[in-house]
Design a protein around this ligand. Sequence first.
Ligand code: GAP
Length: 493
Amino acid sequence: MQESNGALNIASRRGIYYQAFGIYGGAGGFYDYGPAGLRIKRKIEGLWRRSFVDRLGAMEIETTTITILPVLKASGHVDTFTDPVAVCTKCKSSYRVDKLLEEAYSASGNEEGYESVKKMKAQQMGEKVKELGLKCTKCGGTLGGIEAFNLMFKTEIGHGSGEVGYLRPETAQGIFVDFKDLYRIHGFKLPYAISQAGRAYRNEISPRQQLVRMREFTQMETELFFNPRKEQSELGGVRIGDIKDRELLFASAGEKERMVKIGELLEKKLIPNFYFAVMLDIENGMLQKMGFPEGRFRFRQLEPEELPHYSKGNVDLEVNTSYGYIEVAGNAYRTDYDIASHARNSNTEICVNEDGEKVVPHVVEASMGLDRLLFSILDCSVTSEGREWEWLRLGKEIAPYTYAVFPLQKDEKIVAFAKKVLGELVGAGMDTYYSETGSIGKRYARADEIGVAYCITVDFQSLEDGSFTIRDRDSAEQERKKLGDVVDKGARA
Ligand code: GAP
């Protein structure tokens, strides 16, 4: 696989994100966001909130990131949330065996072998490592037997209590655990969605590929609870007739992707149900708004061997990046697995009253990884088309700033007018920054590099008629406008 280049250059040059603890040499899998990166991240989160929470009329909550043992025992994470690891018998370096095999197959161009790894059990992986003669990449030593390594970070709650806690490996469990109380307080009707965005933690083995595999990252998850006995006709005002003719780039299990209508996905049972279809449609729209070029992302149906322990059907949303296809979201039909398991383990009845009947709701989950989305959109939107510098063609909704304001020269009156424009825009709630450093060309280039949507330049004419130029990042074309036009336009951006 190719090394990612342009996006990574910009990311490091402009400090969009960078390795955490840099002055101490860094630590694998931990990244910090700089100012532009944090803004893009928040914009993506805002778009997710509009797309899922607002669109579905969902309830958004925030639960703790430290989770007590019984919760993660019930969810299956304590017993099954593991990756296969092999340790070098000589230098003791640890390797995630499935990744090692994938890399070996990828290097030899064996696509079939690469795909087969996803379905392998630990024992088969061990046999393949021997068959391919894979050694420690650091010292050439022999790799030892495969062990299952639990990915959760463990801690102790309180001094000497012996009470075990874990940093949550997914935000979803907080939603399942709170479901009963939320239902008691709010008394909603099914289908009903509950969402959460926040940090998740996984002690990944030798993480690489920057934001793709982190030890601390952000998830944006939506759990849609529904009555499995009722016909599915509408969700958030969307009916099947509204979306059945929309097309997604979809790869059925083990097959190449093609454009498929949502109606066909349902008819051929390539996805579990209508609610699942609505989630995929929302994700598709969200990635289009982020600015992903057509054909760069696909939905892939997982094969039965790839399914997580809780799932009766998964479709991953994958983006084709310079690291190859990476999963940016997992969509799963979790059935009543979590609710039923928490009810059993907490000795609590968790159900919903529907038409005089007690119903244990089923769940469709849309779980998006914010950092991977950010990484992928940088990777897919970086270009040097038409310019002598690299720039980001981000969707305008996720630009770090909608406006940059520049005085053409450091003339006192021009600067004063430019600052007035800045004040008006900020006062109207628009994300805007100001710069008077460097030539105007350099300032445009610096704004383009981080994907600022529009640059406003105040010049001598501004002093006469109150107009200024506004330059569109994508076309680099400039128009003369006045504050009133921009404030209106910005409010819609
Ligand atoms: N609740 C279901 C769940 O957590 P997942 O497929 O394990 O499913 C969902 O994770 C998303 O979280 C992934 O699609 C990915 O975008 C993100 N993610 C998972 N592990 C990650 C990691 N180590 N670094 C960055 N993002 C990660």
